[in-house]
Design a protein around this ligand. Structure first.
Ligand code: IMP
Length: 436
């Protein structure tokens, strides 16, 4: 089982960071394959809270490689801040590797992201305004600046000039902004290159080496399946592919290198930003979930929209990612909510009913969820460490979700702590040794 992909099965923020952190203990390499610092992972370790936006979770383990793959877009300012923060807390960053082929987020990307959202007005996507979309757009337009360009100031200057030139019109409101000055920007980024140089390498090769030695490699996804630019709720999506297939492209391996694909899903649903969310609870119950689950963005602090688990969307995520295991996180947040709802089909405006996730945006945008109710539980489950410790209603809920989606539950989260998890029979072989 050397290659395990961890992906979000909903709209992001499912708790992938904690799962990756647990799996990382037995791994040699953790590699991120898409997205950028629009992501936010919170890891609680011995009552210490770590928040990462770019650095893969594996960095907390000495002796492991924590890799930023070629599919990621890197804001070097953010990366250096994270590195400095870790060093201040006495954590070695020696294991960090950055793909020379990863693309960079430049100051103009941040401004273009802001500008684009402002122009869209009411139609805005609700991006994290971290410059993700414009950076991927430049990559596709072959105007991107890559990490390797940081190491040659002459090339860097030429490429920045070529990338900014066609954007002159759009950047006009910031024409006098000193950070957009070609000379200043080149100098600044060359400095970043200087600092990052020891970490820059051909990362695909590192992954191949680990796989060839039968070592465990974790491919860490960011965001979630329904934010995928091809398979999500376009245009209310991110600009990369958070689905499992992208692990191959964004890390530089073939499909046969992947052995397991774990989808992470909360026991309910959340979404940040605009776009369809059929099982949303825009009421007191939604507010209760938001407070109980601490549903405020790690990256932007925005309150997350909350709702029932969406089994139509989850089944779709299971198929599109080829899930072999389902991790259900934050089960404890549902304690005391009785009955619990689950979206089992979508209903269209003219009495139409959809069992499958609809591909057409007009259907999806107008769909409401048909909610099935199942019994809830009232016992505190935060100390449960095996399925037997859970109340019957909680076990029945997990079976109900797993059967609907057609994927075995491998692990369950019952609180924010690292030890607050339950490993099922199906997931047991991945349980970190230290926790047993
Ligand atoms: P962008 O990725 O910043 O361009 O934002 C596009 C959409 O994806 C917005 O709705 C964001 O709220 C959402 N998004 C991006 N990253 C995350 C994440 O890590 N978790 C949840 N939503 C995200």
């Amino acid at each position: 089982m050397p290659g395990v992909v961890v992906v979000g099965a909903q709209w992001g923020d499912e708790g992938k960071g904690k799962v990756t952190d647990l799996l990382a203990e037995g791994a040699d390499v953790v590699i991120r394959f898409q997205g950028g610092n629009n992501a936010g992972h919170t890891i609680v370790r011995d009552d210490e809270v770590f928040k990462f936006h770019l650095i893969p979770s594996g960095i907390l383990y000495p002796g492991k490689l924590s890799v930023i793959g070629n599919g990621v877009v890197v804001d070097p300012r953010v990366l250096l801040e994270e590195l400095d923060g870790l060093r201040r807390r006495g954590i070695s960053t020696r294991g960090l590797r950055i793909s020379a082929n990863a693309h960079l987020i430049m100051p103009y990307h941040l401004l273009l992201d802001q500008g684009s959202e402002a122009r869209l007005g009411k139609l805005q996507i609700g991006t994290t305004r971290r410059g993700i979309g414009p950076a991927y757009a430049d990559k596709a337009a072959r105007l991107g600046i890559r990490v390797q360009d940081l190491l040659d100031e002459k090339i860097l200057r030429k490429k920045i000039y070529a990338a900014m030139e066609p954007k002159r019109q759009l950047l006009r409101p910031w024409a006098k902004d000193p950070q957009l000055d070609l000379h200043t920007m080149t100098e600044e980024y060359a400095q970043y290159g200087h600092r990052l140089e020891p970490h820059i390498t051909d990362t695909a090769r590192l992954v191949w080496d680990a796989l060839d030695r039968e070592r465990l490699v974790i491919f860490e996804g960011a965001q979630g399946t329904l934010l995928d630019i091809d398979h999500g709720t376009y245009p209310f999506v991110t600009s990369s592919n958070p689905v499992a297939g992208a692990a191959c492209v964004g890390a530089g391996v073939g499909p046969r290198d992947i052995d397991e694909v774990w989808g992470i899903a909360k026991a309910y649903s959340t979404r940040v930003g605009s776009g369809p969310f059929p099982s949303e609870l825009d009421d007191e119950l939604g507010e209760r979930m938001r407070v109980a689950g601490g549903e405020f963005g790690t990256t932007t602090g925005r309150p997350r929209r909350c709702g029932w688990i969406d089994l139509v969307a989850l089944k779709y995520a299971a198929r599109i990612n080829g899930l072999t295991g389902l991790v259900v996180t934050k089960l404890d947040v549902l304690t005391g909510i009785d009955p619990i709802g689950a979206a089992v089909r979508y209903l269209g405006p003219e009495g139409a009913s959809f069992d499958e996730f609809p591909y057409h945006q007009s259907i999806l945008h107008r769909a409401t969820a048909d909610i099935e109710e199942v019994p809830g539980w009232h016992e505190n489950i935060t100390q449960a460490r095996s399925l037997d410790d859970l109340p019957q209603a909680a076990r029945d809920y997990l079976d109900y979700v797993s059967e609907f989606v057609g994927v075995p539950v491998v692990c369950i989260g019952v609180g924010p702590g690292r030890d607050q998890v339950i490993w099922t029979e199906a997931g047991k072989r991945f349980e970190p040794v230290a926790a047993t």
